[in-house]
Design a protein around this ligand. Sequence first.
Ligand code: ZN
Length: 130
Amino acid sequence: MLKIAVPTHARDEMLDITKQVSQAVTDSGVKSGLCVVFVPHTTAAITINENADADVQRDVLVHMDKVAPYQGGDYRHNEGNSAGHIKSSLFGSSVTVPVEEGRLCLGTWQSIFFCEFDGPRQRQAWIQIQ
Ligand code: ZN
């Protein structure tokens, strides 16, 4: 398993890590299989979404903040980051992408995004290719 560092820069952020994951696939030598990207954090997540228009990421984050606002929510968790925990669970902690001919099989407009919901922090993504 490969662990990559993902430094984040804001409380909420979607970082495109597709290049790092693609490099991991290349380095693995696997020609056909599955690539799992897992986030070992409880206030971060991983998702696949559009890479062409950055406004998509902005819109996702703005609307997630309406689903689970940082301020004013009916939260009891004493760390004050319940919104991040909720968003993490909504997005999920892993994605699986097929690998064929030694490459990630992503759609034309798809990228793999590390989602920060309680940053900025030093984060990791773990990559397993089989
Ligand atoms: Zn917490």
